[in-house]
Design a protein around this ligand. Sequence first.
Ligand code: C2E
Ligand code: SIN
Ligand code: SIN
Ligand code: FE
Ligand code: FE
Length: 398
Amino acid sequence: MHSHTEQNTIDHKTQLKIERLEYLLNFSENLVLIEDINSLLDQLLYDARSECMAEAGSIYLLEDGALRFSYVQNDLLARTKYDNRQYLYADHTVAIDEKSIAGYTASTGETLNIKDVYNIPATESYCFNPIFDQETGYRTRSIISAPLRKEGGELIGVIQLINPSDKLSFSEDDKNYIYHIGRIASSAIQRAQAGNATFMRMLKMAELRDPKETGAHVNRVGAYSIEIYDAWAKNRGIEEQEIRAFKEPLHIAAMLHDIGKVAISDLILKKPAKLTDEEFDIMRGHTSSGASLFNDSDIKLDRMSYETTLYHHECWNGTGYPHQLKGEEIPLHARIVAVADVYDALISVRAYKDSWSEDKVLSYMQEQSGKHFDPELIDIFISIQEIIRGIRHRYRET
Ligand code: C2E
Ligand code: SIN
Ligand code: SIN
Ligand code: FE
Ligand code: FE
C-alpha cells in the first residue's frame, strides 16, 4: 500500500478549491441533487474536469467484485459524429488486478498520473486498453486515475480524467486535487446510495405487486427519458447547468410513472387479455392514484413526479387521459415519458400482448407523431436510436 504524502503537499489554492467542492456536495440547497447516483457522478465528473481542464473523464464503480464502467464524459467526441453517450450504457467491466490502469488503481489504492498512455514504461505491470480509442478515433494521451474510497478505506470505484486541454499532461496539483475529490465524492456517493433507498423501495413494492412490471422496464423508461430530454435540450441550446438540473428529477419521476398501478386490482392489472371498457376505465385511474402520492409538495422532484404520473397518458392532439390536455399544455417531462413508455410497452412482452419488432414499433411511433406524441420529441427519439438500443441492452430482462 502506498502512503499518500500528496496530502501534505497541497497548496493553499488547491485547498480552497477542495473546500468549495466539499461545501457544494454537503450543503447543496437542493438535496434532490445528490439523491440520484447518476446525476451525482455527472456533476462530480463535470466539476473535476472543469477544475483540471480535462477533455474527458470516466468513473468506474465496484459491482460484484469488478469495476463497472459507470460514467463517461468526453467533450471532443460529443462534438463529432461519435456521440459518446452510447458509451454511457456500455456493458463494460474491468477486473481488479494490476494489469489495467483502473484495475491497478483499485487494487493498490495508488493515484496514477500517466503522461502518455502509449508510452508506459515496460517496468509497470499495467498497460492501456486502446479499444475505446480504436472504436472512436479519439486519442487518449494523459490520464489521472484515482481510487474512490469510503471513510474506512473500503473501495467503491475509480475516477479517471483524460487529456488536459491546456497542456500536454496533468500536473501534480491536478493529481492532488483529484485525490481529494475522490475522498469527498466517496462519502457523497455513499449518501446518495442511502438516499436512493426510499425511492427504490417504492419501486420494489410495485415490482412485488406485479413482477411483470420489472425493475428492468422501470430502468429503461428512466434512461430513455433522460436521453430524449438531453437530445431535446441540446437541440434547443439549453444551458448545461439547466440540463443537469432537469435530468436529475426527470430520471426518478420517469421511473415512478406507473407507481399508481399498485392501486389496481390483480384481476385487471394481470389480465392476460384485452381489457373491457369498464376495466380500462378503472385502469386509467392509475394516473391520478399515482399523482396522489406526490400531492401538495413544493419539492421539485415531487412536483415533477406528480405531473409525470398524472399526465403520462395525455396525447399531443388532446385525445389522452385523464384531462385531455393538448400540445404544450402537457408538461415536457410527461410528453417525454409518454414516448419512452409506449416504446417500451410495444417492444416488450406484456401480459396482454407479444413484443413487436423494432421496425414495427418505430413506424408506429412515427405514424403517431403529432397525434399521440409531440412531433419534435419523435424526431429526436428516432435520431438517438443507437443510444436507445444501448439502453435496451444494458437493462435487458434477465
Ligand atoms: P403499459 O403496458 O405500460 O402500456 C403503456 C402504453 O403503451 C399504453 O397505454 C398504450 O398507449 C401503449 N400500448 C401498449 N400496448 C399496446 C398495443 O398493443 N397497441 C398499441 N397501439 N398501443 C399499446 P394505455 O393504453 O393507456 O394503457 C395503460 C395501461 O393499461 C398499460 O400500461 C397496461 O398496464 C394496461 N392495459 C392497456 N391495455 C390492456 C389490455 O388490453 N390488457 C391488459 N391486461 N392491460 C392493458
Ligand atoms: C441510479 O441512478 O442509479 C438509481 C436511480 C436514480 O436514482 O435515479
Ligand atoms: C418546457 O416545457 O419545459 C419547455 C417548453 C416546451 O414545452 O417546449
Ligand atoms: Fe401508465
Ligand atoms: Fe407504463
